[in-house]
Design a protein around this ligand. Sequence first.
Ligand code: BG6
Length: 492
Amino acid sequence: MSSRTIQVSPFDLVVFGGTGDLAARKLLPALYQRDRAGQMPEEARIIGVSRRPLPREEYLSFVREAINRHVPPTERNPESVEHFCRHIFFCAVDATGDTGWAELATLLSSGEEIVRAFYFAVSPDLFAAISQRIRQFGLVTPESRVVLEKPLGKDGESAEAVNAAVAAVFQESQVFRIDHYLGKETVQNLMALRFANRLFEPLWNSTHIDHIQITVAEELGVGERAGYYDTSGALRDMVQNHMLQLLCLTAMEPPDAFSADSVRDEKLKILKALKRIDERNSETCTVRGQYRNGSVGGQPTSSYLADIGESESDTETFVAIRAEIANWRWAGVPFYLRTGKRLAARRSEIVITFRPISHSIFDHTAGRISQNRLVIRLQPDEGMNLEVMIKDPGPGGMRLRRIPLDMSFAETFGVANPDAYERLLMDVIRGNQTLFMRHDEVSAAWRWIDPILTAWRSGNRRVHLYSAGTWGPSAAVALIERDGRTWLEDAD
Ligand code: BG6
């Protein structure tokens, strides 16, 4: 048994965007799984909200369909789906008008102690208007919380505006800004690895670490999200949030406790210590790419332009960055970040390469002594590899080689990891903000991203094209090779 399931308190979860894509793909399947695991109390209610009136029965069909499509067949049966449906309600509400709010107020449980969570799974343009209505109709109780989906703004200024509008209605302790990467099992494991083991901490600094690579590679293209993506690009879509969160958890000082503010204080310090990238150095420290047609997993795929139905776009679907953290622990250790769509494989990992040994006692016949590496695999096949040098077995001479001490979490524990949303949704109900971003963290992340965006805009450099199914433009290889290093897949 790897973990215990403790039931959460009774709650009403109001999902704005209840008939949307996120609700269908992530929220409803995650809540279904938690219900199946016995974590949702009988009184728990999920109230789907959308503008168009819908009889409850029709909304239930939407929910059943979402579960059939997005939950593996081995994890569903008619009884568990029907059990879950007992929690489901629907209310038509006009987010920007007055229609439906009184009905929603009536539908909500009156008990002050019942957790009331509002999930904004809609465009951020609506966050302010919905928050205002929630206040106007007196829906905020002491046990209320609000969950904000990304994107939180498209730059620092717009993010501030969203945060301010929400802060006019909810206290910071009630605001849950989702970064679903923080709900991934292996991302949390990173904290266990660093702070529940003696082994790594003495080595976790510039004296022993040569450099760190963080890769989040996807095989998928932009899919149905062309409209959003073309105004966003990989820097805003992945780096401002997911990649920087991974960097923070890898680099932060040990917090004094595993509590929301202690963890977030430490992450904030890292974001503030990131060396600025702007017009002066963006050319050497960043690479932007866009996929053209190619082949992924043996299947021909179209170009980004064809996917979005445009003849021209300068939006990046790939970005690589050489980042540095100006503090005592990390000075001089580059963090190479890389993310992109339509790459050679779906692979997310953090690779920590240690410095070479200080002196070899072996002569040249032993072969090269490779640097130790710790590879933390976030997905797929979550686990880690600690790569160490050993003697090649056999009666020959002393020949050395590097082998991985490989640990696959799924194999070790015999369970599939839950989806990130399962954990995060239950944390919202429990009121635990540790795995959510605080207002000042989001602002600090934008303060680092904004000058890069400005430099790109003013630099007049077009995106580098790369063939789908590769590891991105050759400029990304040059970015790391200029420092005499290589990306993991090119390493020996
Ligand atoms: C989302 C991005 O936040 O994360 C998507 O908007 C991206 O563009 C996705 O595909 C990746 O998440 P995961 O969990 O599939 O790695």
